[in-house]
Every structure is written in C-alpha cells, then in structure tokens.
Design a protein around this ligand. Structure first.
Ligand code: ACO
Length: 323
C-alpha cells in the first residue's frame, strides 16, 4: 500500500490586518456582534494588486522549506481556490512558474470552502494511483475581492491568505496505524446553490460577481453535515472519534466548530482554532491552521488528525490522516 504522508506545511498571510473596529466605522455592526456570533477578531486582506498565486507561491515555498525539499523534488501542484488570478490559465501554473518549475503538472480544484479537503483527496488518489510521488497541495484565496461591502452579513466574515502541504507517497502496511492519509469522504449537492454563491461568472454575467449567502441556512447545514462526514471518513479509516488527537476544521465560524466538536465528543483542547485571527479564508483555512499548529509543534508523529469543511455547492468532506 502507498500512503500519502505530510512532509511539510507552510503558510502566508498578507501584511494588512483588519480589526473588527474597521467595520464598525463603515457599517451598522459592532466588534461584540462579530466576536460573539462568529469568533472572528481580525483578518488579513491582500495588498492592492496582490494575486492569489502570489500568496500561494509564498505558502508553497514555506512548505518546501519545512520539508527540506526543492521544487525539483515535486511532481505536481494542486491548488484549491475559488478566487483565481484569471479565468485561465489555472493559478497553479503561475505558482509552478514562480517556483521555477518547468516539469510536472499544475491545476486548480474548485470546491469553495471545501476545496482543500477535495484537493487533498485528489492529490492522495494521484499518489496512490502512481501518477506522482510528491505533490504540493495548496489552498489560496482572495475573498476580499468578491465581497459586497454593504452586506454586513457577509463582508465581516472573510479574509485572505494561503496554506500549503507537501504530500509524499511512502510505503504503508494498509493498516490504520500507517502514517499518512487514511481515508477521505467527499460530498456535493447542487440543490443548495442558492444558499451560498457568487452572483457573477464567465458564462453568465461576464463579471467576477459578489458573494451571496443565506448564513443561517448554511450554518444549519454545516452543523448537520460536518460531524457526519468526519464520522464517515473515520469509519472508512477503521477509527473512531475516540482515536482522534486533533480536529483541524475549516475555520468559518467558532460556533460551527464548537458544535461539530461537541457532536464528535471531542474536547476543545483537541481542536485547532485560528478563526479569531484569520476569519474565513475559504480553501486556505485548513492548510493555514495545519501550518500554524505545526509551526507551534503541536502535532506528534502518530497523531490522528481529522480535517473537515463545507462550502458553496454545497460541497463538504473530511480527510483523516496520521501525522
Ligand atoms: N453586525 C450586526 N448585525 C448583523 C450582522 C453584523 N455584521 N450580520 C447580520 N446581522 C444581523 C442580521 O441582519 C439579523 O438581524 P435581524 O434579526 O434584525 O434581521 C441578525 O443579525 C441575525 O442574523 P442571522 O443571519 O440569523 O445571524 P446568525 O446568528 O445566523 O449569524 C452568521 C450570521 C455569522 C453569518 C452565521 O449564520 C454563519 O456563520 N453562518 C455560516 C456561514 C458559513 O459557515 N459559511 C461557510 C461556508 S463559506 C464558503 O463556502 C465561501
């Protein structure tokens, strides 16, 4: 059996930090409302002209550094993003170029906030299928570019940033004691499009559009579906919630994260929480959280880590891995 093992993590956050007070000056909202309803205290916004691939490139370089690897060692790049530099080419190819690579493949995966979970599962399948040995899996987003700044129900929630991991195929025994990705569970249901979407696009309006969300309905689906997909992935891995050392959830809302941990019977000291400092960075939130926690030395070899996410589509899923 081949297992996809995490060799390194890295992240990048743009310099510009926006505190909740910034919104108090512009909208009918308060720091207290944002904190208590979402857990968000601040978020980063990309600089003017700073593209998604620029942030993804910096995160990729950081992950390669931590892994002790060079771009030459990488066989391919999978970038999860819903805010690409251009309609095409894939922003992943811009990252590839930035790394000085002229070999290997590079493409984007689009599953909104679930994008990194989908990209991890995708890269894992390619590694196990023999298409690549080492894959850079990146989540990078500039949601600040698709906000409606007059909609207090959405514009306070999102931030920009990027995170990356290097996955490497290594021999395993096929048991749940192996290091690496043990199981994935992916789901989508297009009936729920209207709950969370961007009201523009190439083949419809010809504009980039702005994010629209029925937050309370997304909230209800999140609480119902996240624990379910995490349990499904654990089940496929032959593990139970009691085996979990760390939950690394998509960072959309602290209340959703707390409710999911509660449903899984996990104490909050097993949950990585970065939403207070990053806001919702969509596909970047999980690799950002992984990299921040890894940098703090919180994961020990052999730890069972569960990631889970839900976003526009709706699309949702979970990846279980052993560190
Ligand atoms: N400041 C003050 N009041 C606000 C704000 C704000 N920033 N935003 C909304 N309100 C008001 C509403 O207008 C409403 O007022 P009303 O009762 O007078 O109509 C009231 O607060 C309650 O609104 P709800 O939307 O019901 O509030 P809720 O407790 O559900 O919190 C929130 C809203 C934070 C958006 C929550 O629903 C949420 O987090 N939803 C999930 C979002 C999410 O996780 N998305 C993930 C996927 S993102 C992706 O895929 C791109």
């Amino acid at each position: 059996t081949i297992r996809s093992v995490v060799r390194g993590t890295g992240h990048y956050l743009p310099d510009r930090v926006i505190e909740n007070s910034w919104f108090e000056e512009r909208l009918d909202t308060t720091d207290d409302w944002i904190r208590t309803r979402t857990g968000i205290e601040r978020r980063h916004f990309a600089a003017e002209g700073q593209a998604t691939s620029d942030m993804g490139l910096r995160a990729a370089r950081a992950a390669l550094d931590r892994a002790g690897l060079k771009p030459d060692d990488i066989d391919g790049i999978v970038l999860a993003t819903s805010t690409p530099d251009h309609t095409f080419p894939a922003s992943a190819t811009m990252i590839q170029h930035g790394l000085g690579m002229t070999h290997g493949f590079a493409y984007d995966v689009q599953a909104v906030c679930a994008g990194f979970v989908f990209a991890l599962a995708n890269a894992d399948a390619m590694i196990r299928g023999g298409l690549a040995r080492r894959v850079l899996v990146i989540g990078a987003e500039t949601f600040s570019r698709i906000m409606d700044w007059s909609d207090r129900g959405t514009c306070v929630l999102f931030g920009d940033g990027a995170g990356a991991v290097v996955l490497e195929g290594q021999k395993g025994t096929g048991s749940s004691n192996d290091q690496g990705i043990l199981a994935c569970d992916l789901n989508s249901d297009g009936r729920y499009r209207d709950l969370l979407y961007v009201d523009g696009g190439v083949s419809t309006t010809g504009t980039a559009g702005q994010l629209r969300m029925q937050g309370n309905l997304v909230f209800r689906h999140a609480v119902e579906k996240l624990a379910k997909t995490a349990h499904a992935a654990l089940d496929k891995a032959g593990l139970a919630a009691a085996d979990v050392d760390w939950l690394v959830p998509h960072q959309a809302n602290a209340r959703i994260i707390t409710a999911t941990a509660q449903k899984m019977g996990l104490p909050m000291d097993k949950v990585i929480l970065t939403v207070a400092d990053h806001g919702n960075t969509s596909a970047a939130s999980i690799p950002l959280a992984l990299s921040v926690a890894d940098g703090e030395g919180r994961f020990r070899q052999g730890d069972v880590i569960v990631t889970e996410a839900i976003g526009g589509g709706l699309s949702w899923g979970s990846v279980v891995l052993r560190w």
